[in-house]
Design a protein around this ligand. Sequence first.
Ligand SMILES: Cc1cc2nc3c(=O)[nH]c(=O)nc-3n(C[C@H](O)[C@H](O)[C@H](O)COP(=O)(O)OP(=O)(O)OC[C@H]3O[C@@H](n4cnc5c(N)ncnc54)[C@H](O)[C@@H]3O)c2cc1C
Length: 496
Amino acid sequence: METTQRNRLSEDERVRLQQRLHTLWSDMYVLTKPEEVIPYECDGLAAYREVPLAVVLPETEAQVQQVLKTCQQLNLPVVPRGAGTGLAGSAMPIPDGVVLSMAKFNRILDVDLQSRTATVQPGVRNLAISEAAAPYQLYYAPDPSSQIACTIGGNVAENSGGVHCLKYGLTVNNVLQVRAVTIDGDIIEFGSRAPDSPGLDLLGVLIGSEGMFCVTTEVVVKLVPKPQLAQVIMASFDDMGKAGDAVAAVIAAGIIPAGLEMMDGPATQAVEDFLHAGYDTNAKAILLCESDGTPEEVAEEIAHMEEVLNGCGATRIQVSRNEIERLVFWSGRKNAFPAAGRLSPDYYCMDGTIPRRSIGNLLRSIEEMEQKYQLRCINVFHAGDGNMHPLVLFNGQDHEEWLRAEAFGADILEECVRLGGTVTGEHGVGIEKINSMCVQYTEQERDAFWSVKYAFDPTGLLNFDKAIPTKNRCAEYGKLVVRRGETLPHSELSRF
Ligand SMILES: Cc1cc2nc3c(=O)[nH]c(=O)nc-3n(C[C@H](O)[C@H](O)[C@H](O)COP(=O)(O)OP(=O)(O)OC[C@H]3O[C@@H](n4cnc5c(N)ncnc54)[C@H](O)[C@@H]3O)c2cc1C
């Protein structure tokens, strides 16, 4: 069992269903008017849109159970939603389906100093957890650049990362327990408050499942002590390849920086024009390398990193002298996406991961693709993890230009696979990279993913047609894919 092709509802059927949902969910906020539901038609990937049948905002776990049971009985697809900042279209509605917004689950239930944990509802913003823990000198380490807005429920669903994840781990390494509701209304608890729990590691399976298995209603996260001191080095290079080599050299020297980020020349220019933060606009690449710990540890690590960076040919090195300067150095990297928004009406953010040694190769390929697709691309990335974020600049009003941007993005991801990497790093697959999953995984592997999906959600109603491609989709994609002017051989076969 894999796919059920759904026929679109007629306008009359939509109206009848909407009325029924208002009756069944009369104790909840249910939105059905066009002006109410259109704000939910996409997430941060605005190129893909779908207006939902209805949006429901439950406030209690019992109401979530009720919503899911109704959707099961009426055979309605349902998409859970946090803040809608996802960049892969994972929270985009399904045609004639329900959006289950978790926005009202926004309470921090407990901060436990003894176990250094926080128990939070899924609609709590990532940054709000660290703010609640700050009076106790604790914080929640995974820090997506969107942390001011994105929710922990979304972070769990996407296994989100951030600057600090190189040293402190991704969401999966910082969540101890998740409570969730299945499509038939059952409650499951994954993991435990203890560092380990008996049985299979289903928590690891759930984290990153993009809302396709169940709906999270409570999360227990680890808190870590705030370091006494943090300092960052901003290093300039006159060549992207040298900067890429420097990243590998820092790690090879046995250093695990608290952050190791890179921007290419055009991205540096864009953020400098936006923020005037003192970035070196003559550089072809900028590295930001952070160290945190006790003052002695930081002094030693900063000196070691300076030595390695100089050995790799850094042309300029600045070390932050105080906390304000450290935040200014980071402000450019953290605002790279908004800065890209000033260069072009739209940008398409890719999220591939490659072995660190291949950074230079990928960047060279992207330069060739800029010529091929006649579009500009700027690059920012979590260099320490080899997680690249090429931003393809385009004008969304021009459909032909969007198609070129989409093909450019797919080409970048396939190049990541060719270099031994993957089609996603931290943003998830969603709808954006679903075709690229046909390239990354064999049919047997995709069948295994479907088996796990159906073990949790036998109806297939939860966020269907995201993240795991159907055989039909892969077959269609194979027919469309063109390489150097020729379709791939035997593209009609289901392996493609
Ligand atoms: C400017 C910008 C910068 C970003 N930087 C980063 C970054 O540095 N690192 C990074 O990893 N990401 C980044 N992102 C992407 C995005 O913020 C993350 O993917 C984030 O985790 C999404 O959270 P959200 O609350 O907005 O979830 P949404 O976008 O609403 O949903 C994302 C997924 O989570 C599911 N979901 C949400 N809540 C629940 C729930 N309660 N139960 C089950 N499923 C649920 C949805 O169905 C969907 O599949 C960035 C986005 C933007 C716009």
